[in-house]
Each structure stands twice: as structure tokens, then as C-alpha cells.
Design a protein around this ligand. Structure first.
Ligand code: NAD
Length: 336
């Protein structure tokens, strides 16, 4: 049976994707280093959902551990790799850049080496809308150059894209990078706005609203992300130059390599996101308006034409519905 290696499976997106693969009856080997960037209890709870669900095994491994990763690939011999493990977070990368160098660069190199050694059928990895930087034209298109990241996190994701292209070209590894746009939903991350706002509002505390609430994000609901990721995973990249904009630059040969945005195409003001949360919670937030933080982009918006044309799907869940579903989960998971 086909084996999918899911890295970062105790994480928000990793848990949801692994769960859907298991529901489809597939064999999943999950790894995660269970680091303490945020609540480890939540990561264990996510793993608890995966354990006992179909053909799932878990190993606690750091992707930056070269020997452990080499041994893992040799032992598991995955057919497909869904690489989601990374040090996430834009603001944290200002304070702790070394974590990003280790997990996102060294770790990514180990993933590429493993995929090469096992000649995997498809590597799908997480990139980010942050690669577009501060001055990119909206909506963001994969055709545009992404040479000006404004955070170290974004720089590591851009580096992943070019590292992956080189391996796809040199070793013929079918590879797809997905640029996620602010993913939210049940089992979401405690370091992200929706979780922080909900926790603070229920505790009667003031919420910090960056960019004076005028930030715009293409908030994308987790179930849409999972649908898109799995459709992509099922359709390996091909060396097909006809499918622009994802074919390589002239002179490099035709690598089986693709990059896609995966966003909601419904850019939303941070203040409107907060209003959706206020509506779902039935209360008004106490707000402290603050300026844009270093490393933050003012606006993100995804052009979804390329992904829709490749897999026939694009995210569509309205923010109001997704936020309500998050609140429902939160109140269930953290009963007051
Ligand atoms: P997450 O932090 O919940 O999940 C990442 C998981 O990877 C965590 O469980 C963490 O313990 C694990 N991990 C981190 N470093 C590791 C290492 N060195 N070795 C092994 N495991 C390690 O984050 P997420 O929101 O699920 O994001 C998944 C991927 O998508 C990440 O690559 C992230 O950068 C990317 N991404 C997420 C968003 C978003 O809005 N959630 C947006 C853009 C990109």
C-alpha cells in the first residue's frame, strides 16, 4: 500500500491533512518534534485524534536531525511526502531566527535528500503568502517575482522554493510548493490572531489589533486547505512547460515542479474578521489599536486561477462561517 509521510503531523494543518488521508484508508507515517513554540498539550491532543484512526504511526523526530531523517526515509520508504513541519510565525522569526535556520533550511535540505534517496512519487511542501513581500501587486500571482521577503520566516520559505526547484530539476522529483494564506479553523494555532482574540475576549481582556485594524488578509478555512492539499498530492507535478506560470525558466530544462497559491480570493479587513468573531461570541472586543509590526505585510490576496485550473478546486468558505466553526470548536475544547 502507498505510504505518505506527513511531517509536522501534530501541527494544525498537518493533523487535518493526516486525518483526511486516514479517512481515505491510506497509510500515514507522521513525524513531529513536538517543540514548545506553542502549547504542547494541544499538539498531543491533535495526535490523540490521529492515533487509533486507521493505519497511522507516529515518530518524534526533528527534521533538522540529518541521521534520524536519513534512517527514517530508509525505513519507511514513503511513496509521497507532505512536508508541513517548519518553524512558523513571522514575528517570532525576528527574535529567534536560529529556529528557522534549523527547521526550515537544514530540515528542508534533509527532506530533499530523503526524497532523492527514495525517488518519491511526489513531494508537496508548505510555502507561504509571505514570500510575496511588502510591495507585491495585489492579488498575488505566481507569475510575479518574489525576491523581496520582509521577514526571515518568509526568506526561509522562498529559499525552500528554490531549493526544491533545483532538486526537482536535477533528480526528476515531482515537487509542488503551496503558498498558504493565513489558515484558520478548528484546532488552529494559539499564536495566531483568531485564537489569541478568542482567548482574550472570553477572559474579558483587551485584544491587540495590529495595523490599526486596517490589515488585509486572505483568511483561508482549514477544510478548504485540506481539500486543496489532497487534490494536489494526488496530482504530481509534471515537466509540462505548457502549463505556465509554473514551468521553469528557460535554459534550466523542464523540472516536474509547480508552485501554487492556496488562498480564499476574498481578502478581508482585520476589523471585519474581528467583527465576525464578535458576532460568533456574542460580545464586543476591547481593542488596543497598534501599528504594523516589523516583518508584517499590510495586505495579502491570492490569485487562485492556477490552482483552480490544475486541480479544479479553490477555497470558498466565507470568513463568517469559518470563524463561527472555530468558536464552536474552541468552546468545546476549552469549556469555561
Ligand atoms: P504548526 O506550527 O501548527 O505546525 C507545524 C508542526 O511542525 C508543529 O507541530 C511543530 O511541532 C512541527 N515542527 C516544527 N519544527 C519542526 C522540526 N524541526 N522537526 C519536526 N517537526 C517540527 O503550523 P501550521 O499552521 O500547521 O503550518 C504548517 C505549515 O504551513 C508550516 O510549514 C507553515 O510555515 C506553513 N504555513 C502556515 C500558514 C498558516 O496560516 N497556518 C500560512 C503559511 C504557511
Amino acid at each position: 500500500m502507498s505510504v505518505t509521510l506527513v511531517t509536522g503531523c501534530a501541527g494544525f494543518i498537518g493533523m487535518h491533512c493526516a486525518q483526511r488521508l486516514l479517512e481515505r484508508g491510506e497509510r500515514v507515517v507522521g513525524i513531529d518534534n513536538l517543540n514548545a513554540y506553542y502549547d504542547v498539550g494541544l499538539k498531543h491532543a491533535r495526535l490523540g485524534r490521529l492515533h487509533g484512526q486507521g493505519d497511522f504511526t507516529f515518530e518524534q523526530i526533528d527534521v533538522a536531525d540529518r541521521d534520524a531523517m536519513h534512517a527514517l526515509f530508509a525505513r519507511v520508504r514513503p511513496h509521497r511526502v507532505l512536508h508541513l513541519a517548519a518553524q512558523a510565525g513571522v514575528r517570532y522569526s525576528i527574535d529567534q531566527p536560529d529556529d528557522y535556520t534549523d527547521s526550515n533550511l537544514l530540515g528542508f535540505g534533509n527532506i530533499l535528500q530523503g526524497c532523492r534517496a527514495q525517488q518519491v512519487e511526489h513531494l508537496v511542501f508548505a510555502s507561504s503568502s509571505s514570500v510575496y513581500g511588502g510591495n507585491a501587486k495585489l492579488p498575488f500571482s505566481e507569475r510575479d517575482a518574489v525576491d523581496h521577503p520582509v521577514s526571515y520566516y518568509a526568506a526561509t520559505k522562498k529559499a525552500n522554493e528554490v531549493m526544491a526547484h533545483a532538486y526537482a530539476h536535477l533528480y526528476g522529483i515531482p515537487t509542488t510548493g503551496l503558498r498558504f494564506f493565513t489558515v484558520y479553523g478548528p484546532w488552529g494555532r494559539p499564536d495566531m490572531a483568531l485564537f489569541k482574540f478568542t482567548r482574550a475576549m472570553l477572559a474579558g481582556e483587551t485584544i491587540d489589533v495590529y495595523g490599526e485594524g486596517q490589515l488585509v488578509r486572505d483568511f483561508t478555512y482549514i477544510d478548504d486547505i485540506v481539500e486543496g492539499v489532497l487534490r494536489v498530492l494526488d496530482k504530481p507535478a509534471t515537466p509540462d512547460a505548457a502549463f505556465d506560470p509554473l514551468s521553469p525558466s528557460p535554459g534550466t530544462g523542464l523540472a516536474p515542479y509547480r508552485i501554487f497559491n492556496i488562498g480564499n480570493s476574498a481578502p478581508t479587513l482585520l476589523m471585519d474578521y474581528i467583527h465576525a468573531l464578535e458576532e460568533a461570541l456574542g460580545m464586543v472586543a476591547l481593542k488596543r489599536m497598534l501599528p504594523l509590526q516589523p516583518g508584517d505585510m499590510h495586505s495579502t490576496a491570492a490569485d487562485m486561477a492556477a490552482l483552480a485550473s490544475w486541480v479544479g478546486f479553490a477555497p470558498h468558505t466565507p470568513v463568517r462561517d469559518g470563524v463561527a466553526r472555530f468558536v464552536h470548536w474552541y468552546k468545546d475544547f476549552y469549556p469555561s
